[in-house]
Design a protein around this ligand. Structure first.
Ligand SMILES: Cc1cc2nc3c(=O)[nH]c(=O)nc-3n(C[C@H](O)[C@H](O)[C@H](O)COP(=O)(O)OP(=O)(O)OC[C@H]3O[C@@H](n4cnc5c(N)ncnc54)[C@H](O)[C@@H]3O)c2cc1C
Length: 350
């Protein structure tokens, strides 16, 4: 049976900082957009990889965290009322007449005049621990990310990994008075004695080990687990040629993330090493009306910075306007002085 396609002017794939800003630039030109992301939250890498870390290179913002940046851009695009689809992956893009059919894994179907691919490095998947039957305990006592720190109060935590995330969280819990006062304990297990994380984090972690606030097991790997009616009691760690058993309630695993370009690779775009080649004058790909911006876009001199992606969003929006409203002259206008732009932003004082 034929699917019902919603006819739209613009679809933006990816709600990272650049995809969000694409909605803003389109909105300024009077173009409404659909914004789709496979993650359950907005912000792309900013929210997924460094929500609490500070950024210092946004014009006019001295410092803000990754999450604050994403939240602020989201506030900025609210006047344009984008139709937001989170936790939904765009799986198919297919030429149809002068536009494109866009279909998601949840069967949302759009017929769009223009498409903006702001897919970053693709969709993120945490690298999982490989051990028989352990996957069924994910989000019970096995975690690959932390949503609520307070859920771990009073727990015997074991953190696996040797990179920044493992170190940051081990330090965070071991130096938190709330956590220590609750009776919680934390053990860091790494498969070698060389840590990939920042040097100052390794130093901090070792200080916490010396003051007995953190236990460290080097050359350790999870061998097996012992649980009773879904609750974890203990785990067995193999350390080179021996095995030890330690009490544990919750396991946090930070083996890093792998990014998969996923379905974007099948949309007929000119791709090399997970990047889409674009014309640097307007960010159009090899397909008319499909633009790529942000980390995924490639052209000579490309810098993978949020700043560059926002500039690309402006160029792509102007190019798309010519497709959506052919023949109409579009001038650059300033938000400071243009009443039309202020009307669109909903800030015009009557
Ligand atoms: C630790 C760290 C610190 C950083 N610090 C800075 C900094 O200080 N300054 C700076 O400028 N940059 C910094 N960056 C880089 C910056 O985060 C990226 O340049 C930026 O996130 C790129 O934004 P984007 O919107 O292009 O892509 P992303 O942020 O990667 O977002 C892409 C989104 O597309 C979604 N997606 C992909 N495929 C699909 C699909 N088929 N369907 C639906 N959704 C899809 C993904 O789920 C993702 O949410 C940092 C990066 C890291 C990792």
């Amino acid at each position: 049976m034929d699917k019902a396609f919603q006819k739209v002017d613009a679809v933006v794939v990816g709600a990272g900082p650049c995809g969000l800003f694409q909605v803003f630039e389109l909105g300024l030109l009077g173009i409404n957009s659909i914004l789709i992301d496979s993650l359950p939250q907005i912000g792309g890498q900013c929210s997924e990889l460094y929500p609490d870390k500070p950024l210092y290179d946004m014009p006019g913002i001295l410092v803000c965290t990754g999450k604050e940046l994403a939240d602020n851009i989201f506030q900025q695009i609210k006047p344009f009322k984008p139709q937001l689809k989170l936790d939904e992956e765009v799986t198919m893009v297919e030429k149809s007449g002068t536009g494109y059919k866009v279909i998601t894994n949840k069967d949302s179907c759009f017929l769009t005049k223009t498409l903006f691919v702001a897919g970053g490095v693709g969709s993120f998947q945490p690298k999982k621990i490989v051990l028989k039957d352990i996957e069924q305990f994910e989000n019970n006592w096995l975690h690959y990310k932390i949503q609520e720190k307070k859920n771990f109060l009073a727990k015997k935590l074991v953190i696996f990994g040797g990179g920044d995330s493992a170190l940051d969280w081990a330090i965070e819990f071991a130096s938190s008075s709330d956590f220590q006062n609750s009776g919680g304990s934390v053990t860091l297990v790494h498969r070698s004695a060389t840590f990939r994380g920042a040097e100052h984090s390794v130093d901090k972690m070792k200080k916490l080990v010396n003051s007995n606030q953190l236990q460290l097991i080097e050359f350790g790997q999870l061998k097996s687990f012992n649980c009773e009616s879904d609750s974890l009691n203990s785990i067995v760690i193999s350390i080179q040629n021996k095995e030890i058993s330690i009490d544990a309630d919750q396991l946090l695993v930070f083996f890093g993330l792998s990014a998969k370009l996923g379905p974007i690779a099948n949309w007929g775009l000119d791709i090399t090493k997970k990047s889409i080649h674009v014309n640097p004058e307007n960010c159009q790909t090899n397909q008319k009306g499909i633009y790529a911006i942000g980390d995924i876009a490639k052209y000579p001199g490309k810098k993978k910075l949020i700043l560059s992606g926002c500039h690309e969003a402006a160029m792509a929006a102007f190019a798309a306007k010519a497709i959506i409203e052919p023949g109409k002259k579009v001038h650059v206008q300033y938000t400071t002085t243009s009443t039309k732009l202020q009307e669109r932003l909903g800030v015009l004082k009557k």
